[in-house]
Ligand binder design. Structure first.
Ligand code: ARG
Length: 593
């Protein structure tokens, strides 16, 4: 379906042309004075110069041409030359009927769907997930779902940090603790045990311990590097032990991400790029892209138009070791070979902005990707505490993700019980706990996604869990309210399936309908600009318009059955749009709350 504003613009363009002016002047926008009109066109102001005429004269002539428009009920030329517009009920009704009949509410699918790989999450194995990983997971999941919803093919890859120095540290520490394990016996030729010799809890304790030791003890560090080297060169016992580290860690990660409603198609990691590195390095040398500078192998990526210094992209360190860069470049090469994507999207903290600029330039220059392959890095800001500094636990440490979620759920449960008590109904303990989980997730995700990704934001449990204001729980509360009205309608003997939209009756209903019609353009903009925050802003406005309509309209006591059914149909559309929106944001609504 065409976007509503485009249809209004077309009607306006015809009027400009009929009055003898350039049609391009007829762009219609949503009114910035909703007290005066619904939409507006400022084309007469822009045309004044071109036609050497007072804008109000142009506006008057155009308005005249709209006198019997089927689209505009009112087109008023007002000083100094604006066109204030109101649309007809019939036009709006037609439009929402079209939306209701369409599975995607009037959103057109792309003529040429893209294949997109999105790289987010990026946890490091054997390390507990902490709040730093939260934003990548939340925003990445939503960007993925939006891209899918608008019709692209999207493959998500978690890109585990599962290779390199941290692995050597863990293996070395394990060797010190359990020297008798067969993994360390180089003469051992039998099968290795299938059960891992450690638990996730031990693994999470080992890494910081080993990392701490290596900073103080040069010999320890040396040994850990040796273990890394053995792992990477394929020593059997080291590989077997590493496989245990991965499987224990991945099982734990899967559980954590499932709690966050985050899903990955691919569970690949840095290790998967390992074998591709030597070939890629050779290629970069052979083609003359890479050269030795101060002993290191680098590719220049600066461009003439740069306004700041972009340092060369390092491919190999002077000791010949590969880096984070090398892994990412080799991963790009593999992704291009295996999936031929049109677009690659990465989510990390914005402190990696320059890093990805270098990587992307290097990938283009060395032709690892096609000239037309889109490369996008979405760098996000920091999640701060109320003191404006990066969020910490009360004890001052970086909080584990699990604890943070538990904290939100607890507060949510308290509020749900309190809400039940003040409204005087019995709250079932078990159901309340389940609901608290669903609503808690919405509180966290909406609290994050309602900000522009690049901005820092304050993690405020009190505000995020509130049932009022621009919050996840408020949106869910609105959805639950709609569901309950629909359920009552059914109890009264109403037929939900048969309910048909009717002509718009009152002002608050019209405002709700106009808000609904923005859906396709909001969803498209959210995709184009990688901006889930646009969807949050939209559903907040939509929930507000719905609640205003609901408070002004006694729906279920309406005597005119057709009218009542019309409202019910409008409620269904509102519910479906809200639910589709929260689904692309990555959370769902409970049945009751
Ligand atoms: N594991 C990395 C980190 O913790 C994030 C990985 C992001 N993805 C990428 N392809 N570099 O910082």
């Amino acid at each position: 379906m065409k976007k509503l504003l485009d249809m209004l613009t077309e009607e306006m363009q015809k009027a400009f042309e009929a009055a003898g002016y350039d049609g391009a002047l007829g762009r219609v926008t949503v009114s910035n004075r909703p007290d005066l009109c619904e939409y507006q066109c400022n084309g007469a102001m822009a045309g004044a110069k071109q036609y050497k005429k007072a804008p109000i004269m142009i506006a008057n002539e155009v308005a005249e041409k709209l006198a019997d428009s089927k689209v505009f009920k009112e087109a008023a030329a007002v000083a100094p030359g604006f066109l204030n517009l109101k649309v007809t009920k019939e036009f709006l009704l037609d439009y929402v009927k079209g939306m209701k009949a369409d599975a995607k509410f009037g959103l057109d699918m792309p003529a040429q769907p893209k294949k997109i790989i999105i790289d987010y999450g990026g946890p490091n194995v054997a390390k507990a997930l902490h709040v730093g990983h939260l934003r990548s997971a939340i925003i990445g999941e939503s960007v993925k779902r939006i891209a899918r919803y608008v019709g692209h093919e999207v493959i998500s890859d978690i890109h585990l940090g599962d290779w390199g120095q941290p692995m050597g540290l863990i293996i070395h520490e394990l060797e010190l603790r359990y020297p008798d394990l067969p993994y360390f016996d180089e003469s051992y030729t039998g099968e290795y045990p299938t059960e891992p010799p450690f638990t996730i809890a031990e693994l999470e304790e080992i890494y910081p311990t080993a990392s701490g030791k290596s900073k103080e003890d040069a010999e320890y560090k040396e040994k850990a590097m040796e273990a890394t080297f053995k792992l990477q060169s394929g020593v059997r016992g080291h590989r077997a032990l590493w496989n245990h580290i991965i499987s224990v860690s991945v099982a734990d990660l899967k559980r954590n991400y499932a709690n966050l409603n985050v899903e990955f198609d691919l569970w690949k990691g840095e290790s998967d790029a390992h074998d591709a590195i030597p070939g890629m390095v050779q290629y970069m040398k052979d083609e003359g892209y890479a050269y030795v500078s101060d002993g290191a192998l680098v590719v220049d990526v600066k461009e003439e138009t740069d306004t700041k210094e972009i340092p060369p992209c390092m491919i190999l360190k002077s000791d010949g070791a590969s880096l984070y860069n090398t892994t990412d470049l080799a991963t790009i090469q593999l992704r291009m070979e295996e999936y031929q994507p049109d677009k690659l999207i990465y989510l990390t903290d914005k402190r990696q902005d320059l890093y990805f600029e270098q990587i992307f330039r290097c990938a283009k220059k060395t032709k690892l990707v096609k000239p037309e392959t889109e490369l996008l890095h979405i760098g996000f800001g920091t999640m701060n505490g109320k003191d404006g500094k990066p969020y910490k636990t009360r004890q001052g440490g970086v909080p584990r993700l699990e604890n943070l979620i538990a904290e939100i759920n607890e507060e949510m449960l308290r509020k749900i019980k309190e809400n039940g008590e003040t409204k005087g109904y019995h709250v079932d303990e078990e159901e309340a706990a389940k609901t608290a989980k669903i609503v808690g997730l919405a509180a966290i995700k909406y609290g994050d996604l309602s900000n522009q990704p690049a901005k820092d934001y304050v993690f405020d449990i009190d505000r995020f869990t509130s049932f009022e204001g621009d919050t996840g729980p408020y949106i869910l509360y609105t959805i639950v309210r709609i569901k309950s009205i629909l359920a009552k309608y059914k109890e009264q003997g109403g037929d939900l399936e048969a309910a048909q939209l009717q002509a718009v009756q009152n002002e608050s209903e019209k405002a709700l309908v106009m808000e609904l019609t923005k859906f396709n353009s909001v969803m498209e903009a959210a995709y184009e600009e990688s901006a889930p925050n646009k969807i949050c802003a939209y559903i907040y406005d939509l929930a507000n318009e719905f609640n205003r309509f609901y408070h002004e309209t006694p729906i279920l006591v309406e005597a005119d059955e057709a009218k009542k059914a019309g409202w019910v149909a409008l409620l269904e559309l509102t519910r479906d749009i809200l639910e589709s929106c929260i689904d692309v944001l990555g959370f769902g609504a409970p049945e009751r709350m």
